[in-house]
Ligand binder design. Structure first.
Ligand SMILES: NC(=[NH2+])NCCC[C@H](N)C(=O)O
Length: 527
């Protein structure tokens, strides 16, 4: 679209031939020309033919510009960003974010607010100059209908116009790589920190609760949480030892944690749903191989780590991860109990495996079924992300071998990290070739045993739609059963993670799938 701006409506007292003003005009257009030269940097083409402006838009930046324009016109009405226009802009953003949950949009919106704020301040500062230089938009040549039709027939202060263009260039620069990436990383980092419970701490601090009191309160809540698990584990342990005859027995430990997911937090609600499905009357209490789940020598339950209650006291993730690990160790303390952990998002596997390995005094072999390798060094600035748990496990030396099966969403970082840690990554695209090997695994010899981590999204979404990350092309339920049933090795602990009840079908199909995974893992563990 071309916009022609012709000098018009210039206040009579202004004489354009007056050198001082001419110098200013020259300086202003010098700035525009400077922008023109540097536009290649921004991937944007500007072409000036005296007062004529041609822009070719990227569709992405165009839509952000539309946002910029609509906010700007609000600001225009009152001659700057006053509180009412800011409020409406705020609520507009809140709605967008509320509906999409998309932090990229927040980043873009923040960019707009920053640019607009600077623009508004600069505009206020330049008001006297604007009175001197006012241009009238006489004609607009449309190649396409664009935002500039707003200008038609209006008197425009020239400095304001220039400021707008510079603001838009800055905004476009912000929206390009790598600036946008850096900016959105910062925003994501901020939101991740907020999501990790620090806001509770801020609330407590803002209310002037002394640090000592906060710490004591946190200690007591954590103590109570661990006591609950310790005492239940003790009772189940006593019972099994009294009954005798069990060398290893699965004990459920729920970890309702969802805030380390990069997408949806629904897995925090999974443990009670899985328990409900395990005991659902539509099936029976026998595993496929004939083990009786109602026999406490096969399966017991020590309850949930009260993750939300602990986080509600502003406990950070370093400490929370330790509490999860401590809980796992409390179960392992009570021979013959072995932890079968119900997630939660996949971030919980790190503290669980760490605890298992520390308690047993050495590394384990891990069979990890998942659509994703979850081995980013950190994801969106979060080292405890559900997409980074296996990086933490491998760094810590808690696993000798890590076999990842079902992989079909992997980035170059996932592959590089896999190589770096010597991970055996079996991808879905070669599953038919690898099937024989995977259905005849022998693991855990020469180490402390085998740990099995099952992310429900290893399954094709046709079998398990109730997950946060729908990734087509996965394993069938029977593929997973064959791998598990035929695996040879001493399974010391296991987890089933990433079931998201908020995405399940109304009849709870994925809950049944997750429950059956738990039931068959129980059969695998108990002896
Ligand atoms: N445990 C999981 N479900 N992880 C999903 C990680 C998704 C992440 N966006 C990735 O690129 O890998």
């Amino acid at each position: 679209m071309d916009v022609y701006l012709m000098p018009h409506n210039v206040p009579s007292k202004v004489d354009f031939s007056y050198p001082r003003h001419l110098r200013s005009v020259a300086a202003a257009f010098g700035l525009l020309r400077y922008c023109q030269r540097s536009t290649n940097l921004f991937g944007r083409e500007l072409c000036f033919e005296f007062f004529s402006l041609h822009t070719s838009h990227l569709s992405l930046t165009k839509s952000f510009k539309n946002m910029a324009w609509s906010i700007r016109s609000k600001a225009d009405g009152s001659g700057g960003l006053d509180s009412s226009s800011m409020n409406s802009a705020n609520s507009a953003f809140a709605t967008v974010i509320g509906q999409t949950g998309d932090w990229d949009i927040l980043s873009a919106a923040l960019a707009v607010v920053v640019v607009e704020g600077i623009g508004a301040l600069m505009y206020k500062a330049s008001l006297p100059l604007n009175n001197i230089f006012t241009l009238h938009v006489d004609s607009i040549r449309f190649e396409e209908l664009g935002n500039y039709d707003l200008l038609k027939g209006r008197s425009l202060p020239v400095f304001r116009f220039i400021l707008r263009q510079v603001s838009l260039l800055f905004l476009e620069w912000l929206l390009q790589e790598p600036a946008f990436e850096i900016f959105s990383q910062c925003v994501r980092g901020m939101s991740a920190i907020r999501g990790r419970g620090i806001h509770y701490l801020h609330t407590l601090k803002a209310a002037n609760v002394p640090a000592e009191l906060i710490k004591n309160g946190q200690d007591r809540v954590i103590d109570a949480s661990l006591t609950l698990i310790r005492e239940r584990a003790k009772l189940k342990g006593e019972l099994l030892r009294a009954l005798g005859g069990a060398k290893a027995s699965a004990s459920l430990l729920g970890v309702p944690l969802g805030h380390n997911s990069s997408f949806l937090q629904g897995p925090a609600f999974a443990p009670p749903r899985i328990r409900e499905a395990i005991w659902c009357g539509s099936t029976n209490s026998s595993t496929e191989g004939g083990k009786e789940l109602k026999d406490p020598r096969v399966l017991t339950d020590v309850g949930d780590v009260p993750v939300q209650e602990i986080r509600d006291c502003a406990v950070d993730d370093d400490r929370l991860m330790n509490v999860i690990g401590e809980s796992v160790k409390l179960v392992m303390e009570e021979d013959p109990l072995r932890p079968l952990v119900l997630g939660g998002d996949h971030s919980i596997s790190f503290p669980v495996v760490r605890a298992v390995s520390e308690k047993l005094g050495g590394p384990v072999d891990i069979l990890h079924l998942d659509a994703h390798p979850d081995i980013y060094h950190s994801f969106e600035g979060n080292i405890y992300s559900h997409a980074s748990s296996f990086a933490r496990i491998m760094e810590g030396g808690y696993a000798r071998r890590l076999l990842q099966v079902g992989i079909r969403s992997i980035t170059s970082e996932g592959r590089e990290q896999g190589k770096r840690f010597g991970v055996e990554q079996y991808e879905m695209r070669t599953f038919s070739r690898d099937r024989h090997l995977l259905e005849n695994l022998k693991l855990g010899e020469g180490v402390k045993g085998v740990y099995i981590s099952v992310d429900v999204d290893c399954l094709d979404p046709a079998f398990a739609p109730g997950v946060s990350h729908i990734e087509p092309g996965g394993l069938s339920f029977r593929d997973v059963m064959n791998i598990l049933h035929n695996l040879q090795g001493d399974v010391v602990a296991a987890d089933v993670v990433e079931f998201n009840p908020q995405r399940d079908t109304v009849d709870g199909m994925t809950a049944m799938v997750a429950a059956k995974l738990v039931r068959e893992l129980t059969a695998k563990i108990s002896r």
